[in-house]
Ligand binder design. Structure first.
Ligand code: AVI
Length: 322
């Protein structure tokens, strides 16, 4: 019963968001969080291996090379909570370094039960680790993780992979402030941020030759067909990546190749598309290394250290709650 209830709510929320986004005056849009069903998450894993998409490898390199420095800066007993742990692969270096020092609690927070199960399996062989996963949205999960910390334990929150870049800037700042409100003074946030790079490098990364990012984006329409009884013809839409210089972001859109009408039965919606009209599905904001100090300060943190990858401009930032 409960499972059906939850499924019905999830479908209802999805239908409401799709309806709101596709009836918006002006630019049609769909929230990027819906890119990540099982198919979308699997495609994203492939994106992370593409030669053109250096972000994930840069994130892993910086963590691997600097794990002991990061750990040394976090003195005393530590509990580690990770927002959107994914497979947990890149967290291994840090957790191993913590666990060499002392027994460490790890709280992965994931909305996807399959990703959470993979993460627990991937990391459970580390000596002196205790893992407790939370299948929750970020802030709800963090509240639960914070409630589990023991007296005297410092909390280290990981928000890696530049997922912050998928929020628009004001929402990202507000999200960091919300994380800060759950933390105590002296706790830390390790924040991964993708840095600005050439337009050409960004377009290659978000419109790869093999078409994996295109499939990742188009899967959103396939998902609406599957879950909301829609009749999008996937052949009649194409993936587009563009640079928004003002926002300092890469945007993904789905462009209608012709005039067409789509019926989305569970959203009780019939929607018209003009030739060339787009649905905006994701923004990925890029940062200047220096601006992280200001962003951190505005949210109630001090940026204590920053490590930058040399091959693919990407910064890992250690923010201390003030
Ligand atoms: C998850 N996120 C940080 C990725 C990004 O780069 O913005 C999502 C992505 N979209 C297309 N490629 C990767």
């Amino acid at each position: 019963m409960l499972v059906h209830g939850i499924t019905a709510n999830v479908t209802y929320d999805f239908a409401v968001s799709v309806r709101a986004g596709l009836t918006k005056p002006g630019q049609k849009e769909l929230p990027s969080m819906y890119l990540y069903d099982d198919v979308g998450s699997a495609l994203f894993e492939v994106i992370c291996h593409l030669p053109e998409y250096g972000l994930t490898r840069a994130d892993e390199r910086v963590l691997r090379r600097n794990a002991s420095d990061i750990v040394e800066r976090m003195t005393g007993p530590v509990a580690v909570a990770e927002l959107g742990s994914g497979s947990g692969k890149k967290t291994r270096w840090l957790l191993e370094a913590f666990c060499r020092r002392q027994r460490t609690s790890y709280y992965p927070i994931e909305i996807s039960p399959s990703a959470l199960a993979i993460c627990e399996r991937e990391l459970r062989d580390i000596d002196a680790i205790s893992i407790l996963g939370f299948e929750r949205e970020y802030l709800d999960g963090l509240l639960e993780a914070a409630a589990h910390r023991r007296v005297g334990q410092r909390l280290l929150v990981l928000f890696l992979g530049s997922t912050i870049g998928n929020f628009d800037r004001p929402a990202g700042n507000e999200f960091l402030a919300s994380i800060r409100r759950i933390m105590q003074q002296g706790d830390a946030l390790l924040l991964g941020t993708d840095l600005e790079k050439s337009d050409a490098a960004l377009i290659r990364a978000y419109d790869d030759e093999l078409g994996v990012t295109a499939a990742f984006n188009l899967n959103l329409l396939a998902r609406i067909n599957r879950e909301l009884g829609a009749n999008f013809d996937l052949q009649q839409f194409e993936h587009v990546a563009t640079i928004n210089h003002e926002a300092r972001s890469v945007e993904m859109h789905l462009r209608s190749k012709r005039r067409q009408t789509v019926n989305i039965s569970l959203a009780e919606l019939v929607v018209e598309f003009r030739p060339g009209e787009t649905i905006w599905t994701e923004s990925s904001h890029k940062y200047k290394a220096k601006e992280i100090f200001q962003i951190a300060g505005d949210a109630g943190f001090r940026c204590e250290a920053q490590w930058i990858d040399e091959q693919w401009p990407f910064a890992e930032n250690l923010l201390i709650a003030e």
